[in-house]
Write a protein that binds this ligand. Structure first.
Ligand code: WTA
Length: 645
């Protein structure tokens, strides 16, 4: 079947309405967002000004002086009208192992957790590290933090002890949540022990006061009576009412560490008012939410997608949020569709990498299940290739659902470019048009000038502040300015290249910096390189991404060895492991290429462009290698990579 360029399950009038609303949202953002904030959020006391500050000096603030509480807005205010409606619907690792919490029940449990935290000494403004598996408690702890004004710093449960320690130390986090173990795909993960290894590291000594441990499997784990608290039991003994802290709109709601092109991960900071409004509005618009919807975002709560579209977005909108502990392949490749049928899921949101890996098994699994409840299918994390888009649309969506391709990042708080279901004509592979309030422009990467017109290519930038934009990097505002605000003064720079096609649609062409996107996970090449050179056998490392059928990008590491170290299978294994230990198993290199030298310019700069081409097998378009100090290294690397792949 030939792929159509444009899919049209929308009405022209809805599309026209989008264009009008979008135009007015960027013509007068203050009245647009001011009105949305009053209509959609409950304020304890109103704001004095909608917007203050600018990108130019990195001083953006929204809903100035407004007082509110994120947990109140996500939970309490629904209890009167929707108290008996399910707020959280959880499916555990084993099919059919489910739990559900109504809004009334969720409120009571969040309050108990909040009271237990207070009883242990957690205070407003404290950073609380959350290293939990996908159990309902991860959502509850995030909400409990928001309730008492503590700042959650959730760490994806695939990160290693080194990575956790680094984040605990950087945020000086006194409190750490974890569970005895995690459970995924039938495998147990020793989360508490990993956490212990982190907390016992030198950089964390005297930082962590208490470790709050939930029971997930009942499995054995290390225990320190002075530090560890059986938190489930402590919460059980608490009063199920806890008053909400009054928060300023610009108080910190959470930190989320994410990779940049250089240096250590940065703590991206989001604040209460703007983030809540933006997560709520994008969730409603991008997925066309309706009252009573069962909304399933199958990401992990440890990434921004989980924050905005498992926890805050759906609950702020008062729908049912589905949480999934397992993997798409457990016990078989029909698991997602089994969940859709049993829980009558209306909106399903996942990453292209998952779609590609399921597509390999053919249509049998999705065809076996009743998927008629589905209305909207979403993707996030990387550009979706048209073949995968078509499979999602035709086989999963039975050509009846909209597929929304949502482009955004940790720093944007919520979607910034996406089609709206039933509104925007779809083009497979394009994230289409900007969200309300987003003025997306294409810049010439060299001059920084806006490129007008269609059928053009450059870097993506956003012209004026929106409520969900990150306000700072924890403890390092300078870095915030340098990374996002200074590259193109007056604009927010997300770090992605893009093309605007003949119809004005945006196509993301990928990162223009040294950030990799592996199975939708963001990994900095600098972090992988520093893990490799920390090994005594490696003197220099250059890490680059290469096209990978399932993961989108694979990780290729070129390493020069120090004198006296020989290349061997064992050494390659050790290096692979060094990366797993420093970051986590999801960052495991696909290819390690030991080499006597790397292609360098005469001035000693590693030619990454050439390394990328070699790993991608595009050796006939290497371009000019004449500027290299030693051009013969290129052929040696080509031969080597061929034997390894
Ligand atoms: C990429 C994940 C193309 C992009 C929400 C961005 C995408 C980075 C898309 C952010 C998409 C995300 N199409 N590329 N629909 N969504 N990206 O912070 O390169 O983990 O900058 O946030 O993922 O990754 P992050």
């Amino acid at each position: 079947m030939v792929l159509k360029e444009v899919y049209n399950p929308h009405t022209e009038s809805a599309f026209d309405q989008y264009k009008t609303e979008h135009a007015s949202s960027i013509a007068d953002p203050e009245s647009y967002w001011g009105q949305k904030a009053l209509e959609n959020l409950d304020w304890f006391s109103p704001f004095d000004a909608v917007l203050q500050g600018s990108f130019t000096d990195g001083s953006v603030a929204w809903f100035v002086n407004g007082k509110m509480n994120a947990c109140y807005n996500a939970v309490d205010r629904h209890v009167d009208t929707k108290g008996s409606q399910v707020a959280l619907l959880w499916e555990g690792d084993e099919p059919g192992d489910t739990k559900s919490y109504t809004y009334t029940q969720l409120l009571a449990r969040v309050c108990q957790i909040a009271n237990a935290m207070k009883a242990e000494g957690v205070k407003k403004g404290d950073v609380v590290t959350v290293y939990l598996p996908m159990m309902p408690e991860v959502t509850m702890v995030m909400l409990a933090c928001a309730r008492i004004g503590a700042v959650h710093s959730v760490i994806f449960a695939g990160f290693s002890a080194d990575a956790i320690a680094e984040r605990i130390a950087a945020s000086q986090s006194k409190w750490v949540f974890t569970s005895d173990e995690g459970l995924r795909g039938g495998k147990r993960l020793p989360l508490k022990n990993i956490c212990d290894n982190a907390m016992n590291k030198e950089i964390c000594i005297n930082v962590v006061s208490k470790c709050f441990v939930f029971e997930r499997t009942g499995g054995k784990c290390n225990w320190s009576d002075s530090r560890d608290v059986k938190f489930g039991a402590l919460a059980d003994s608490q009063r199920p009412y806890c008053p909400c802290e009054t928060m300023d709109s610009e108080d910190n709601l959470f930190i989320l560490y994410t990779s940049g092109s250089t240096g250590r991960p940065k703590g991206v900071v989001h604040t209460v008012g703007g983030y809540c409004l933006y997560a709520m509005e994008t969730c409603k618009n991008s997925f066309g939410l309706k009252d009573g919807d069962v909304f399933a975002c199958v990401a992990d709560a440890g990434w921004i997608t989980g924050h905005s579209y498992i926890v805050y977005g759906p609950l702020l909108n008062g729908v049912t949020s589905f949480m999934f502990e397992s993997t798409p392949m457990y016990p078989d490749e029909g698991r997602y569709w089994d969940c859709v049928e049993r829980h009558k899921i209306n909106v399903f949101y996942t990453a292209p990498t998952a779609i590609r890996s399921l597509m390999r098994f053919g249509d049998t699994a999705p065809n076996k299940y009743d998927l008629s409840s589905l209305r909207v299918l979403g993707t996030v994390g990387e550009p979706i290739n048209p073949e995968a888009w078509r499979w999602y649309y035709e086989v999963v969506g039975r050509e009846k659902c909209s597929v929304v391709d949502t482009y955004w990042q940790t720093e944007t708080g919520g979607h910034v470019i996406t089609n709206y279901p039933g509104v925007t004509p779809m083009k497979p592979g394009s994230c289409t048009l900007p969200c309300f309030g987003i003025e997306a422009v294409v810049l010439d990467s060299q001059t920084g000038k806006e490129i007008e017109g269609n059928d053009v290519e450059g870097v993506l930038a956003i012209k004026q502040p929106w409520p969900g934009v990150t306000r700072t990097c924890l403890g390092d505002h300078e870095r915030y300015l340098n990374v996002y605000m200074k590259p193109y003064p007056g604009y927010y720079f997300p770090g992605d290249g893009c093309r605007r096609d003949k119809d004005g649609y945006i196509w993301i062409t990928g990162r223009v910096d040294d950030v990799l996107n592996v199975s939708g996970h963001r990994i900095g090449t600098a972090e992988v390189e520093s893990a490799l050179v920390a090994h005594p056998s490696v003197s220099q490392a250059a890490v680059i991404g290469f096209p990978h059928d399932i993961k989108g990008q694979g990780i290729c590491c070129y390493c020069t060895l120090t004198y006296g170290h020989e290349e061997s299978e064992d050494l390659v294994k050790e290096l692979r492991n060094a990366v797993r230990v420093a970051i986590g198993p999801f960052a495991t290199p696909d290819l390690i290429v030991p080499t006597p030298s790397l292609p360098m310019t005469r001035s000693g700069k590693i030619m990454r462009r050439i390394l990328r081409k070699i790993a991608a097998g595009e050796t006939d378009t290497l371009g000019d290698v004449g500027t290299l100090g030693d051009p013969s290294v290129v052929q040696k690397l080509i031969d080597k990579v061929e034997t390894l792949q």
